[in-house]
Design a protein around this ligand. Structure first.
Ligand code: ASP
Length: 441
């Protein structure tokens, strides 16, 4: 029998109607034996996530203000779900326990974690699965950081003997029993930890979109869903702002070659996006999978005759940035030039003094700053070799009359990064997307 870990996000479990969809999905495949659940999310755009209500409730209690109205709002969300599902659940007891905690010496992480705790217990009753409290198997150090080796051992011990289980996402505890939460969206990480501990065949991440899109839908009309993406490509996509999965959720499963399948609870018939290291037999992957970008970039250019003679010019330049703890996006060196791409926000406070320091330490022949640029990544592990695909991208930009300010392709061949003036950002994304589309299977 295969083992599938299915994680359901907040919108997938926001109401009784969503619980019913989740039940149908789980029951449709007997391999879906381990389920990880988030707290109820938004039912409509103006709605408030239960996690945010809990946070407000904690803040009210910690500030010695009246938290009862918010606690009642939280209770109401769960009461509705329980009543509409027609199940037996001791909600009043649970709310009393939370109330007592809030009245004593409230702990933020404990309070905020109760959304996942309650929702998962309710889902376990509804599915007829065993409830597993991550308090016992997601292990934190006293300083609040996740202890991966301990978690792996504890999760394996807790889950292996079970036929099925619902595990609450988003939190765990340290050795003294104190609850710690992961960062927001952290149930993705719990799912990944469970999949790794169980050596699962597949980690399904059920959410409210049918996977990763090949371009930003606010710029490109109905962009294609990416079928397969490698872990490395996903990393670039997330870095460029595509946020379907918590970034820390990749490592535990990628280390063990467990594929992640992003699926849509509202459209279970869609295949979604699968994140893999190796493609399954017979599957085809497009050479360029997506185009993504970011605005708000600046470029610093430093030139000096004989920079490339081993005088350590680039090293001094990078030292200047490091000492100032000023992160950079890209560093391109050429004959007698160093070009640095930096987020414009980071330069606002320090532009003058940075330039003064560069002049003082490097005495450059030329020091220039270009602002209002955007960086566009053409992503595809196989597609960005110096090849047809690259040429097509550059042709498309030139044909659209867009000037290219910088171009960067390392030997890693994962992305081609092009810098274009911000006013051409959307046009450039559209031009690149249509050329990718013309050549996709
Ligand atoms: N409920 C938490 C949040 O809203 C964690 C999660 O949903 O993954 O961030």
């Amino acid at each position: 029998m295969r083992t599938v870990v299915a994680k359901f996000g907040g919108t997938s479990l926001a109401s009784a109607a969503q619980f019913i969809k989740v039940q149908e999905i789980v029951k449709a495949d007997p391999d879906r034996r381990f389920v990880v659940a988030s707290a109820p999310g938004k039912r409509f755009p103006e709605d408030i996530k239960v996690t945010d209500l809990l946070l407000r409730c904690y803040e009210a209690a910690a500030g010695e203000n009246d938290f009862e109205p918010i606690l009642e709002q939280i209770a109401l969300r769960f009461r509705e779900i329980i009543a509409q599902l027609g199940i037996d659940f001791p909600l009043d007891n649970e709310i009393d326990i939370l109330r007592n905690h809030l009245q004593r010496d409230p702990q933020e992480d404990y309070v905020v974690s109760r959304g996942e705790y309650l929702n998962s217990r309710i889902l376990a009753v509804f599915l007829g699965y065993t409830f597993v409290d991550p308090e016992w198997c997601v292990c934190f150090d006293e300083n609040g950081s996740l202890n991966l080796p301990m978690t792996r051992r504890a999760m394996t011990a807790a889950l292996r003997p079970l036929n099925n289980a619902v595990i609450a996402g988003f939190y765990g505890a340290d050795m003294s029993g104190r609850i710690h939460t992961l960062s927001r969206g952290g149930s993705d990480v719990t799912g990944s930890l469970a999949a790794a501990a169980l050596k699962a065949d597949l980690y399904e991440n059920w959410t409210d979109v049918s996977g990763l899109l090949a371009a930003d839908p606010r710029i490109v009309d109905s962009p294609r869903t990416v079928k397969y993406v490698s872990y490395r490509e996903l990393r670039t996509l997330s870095y460029m702002g595509a946020s379907v999965l918590h970034t820390d959720a990749v490592l535990p499963v990628s280390d063990m070659d467990i594929p992640i399948n992003i699926r849509n609870t509202d459209r279970p018939e869609d295949a979604g996006t699968t994140i893999v290291r190796k493609l399954p037999k017979g599957a085809k992957k497009d050479p360029i999978i997506a185009v993504a970008g970011q605005r708000g970039m600046s470029v610093i250019q430093v030139e000096k005759v004989m920079v490339s003679d081993g005088s350590g010019f680039s090293a001094i330049m990078l030292d200047i940035l490091r000492n100032r703890q000023l992160p950079f996006e890209q560093c391109l060196t050429g004959i007698d030039t160093v070009t640095l791409v930096i987020r414009s926000d980071y330069l606002v406070q320090c532009k003058e003094s940075l330039f003064e320091e560069i002049r003082e330490k490097l005495n450059p022949d030329y020091l220039g700053l270009k602002e209002n640029l955007s960086m566009i990544a053409v992503i595809g592990e196989k597609g960005t070799e110096v090849s047809d695909a690259n040429v097509r991208v550059l042709q498309a930009l030139t044909a659209a009359g867009i000037s290219i300010s910088t171009m960067n392709q390392g030997a890693g061949k994962l992305n081609l990064l092009v810098g274009v003036p911000e006013e051409y950002y959307t046009e450039a994304i559209r031009a690149i997307y249509s050329t990718i589309e013309e050549h996709t299977s």
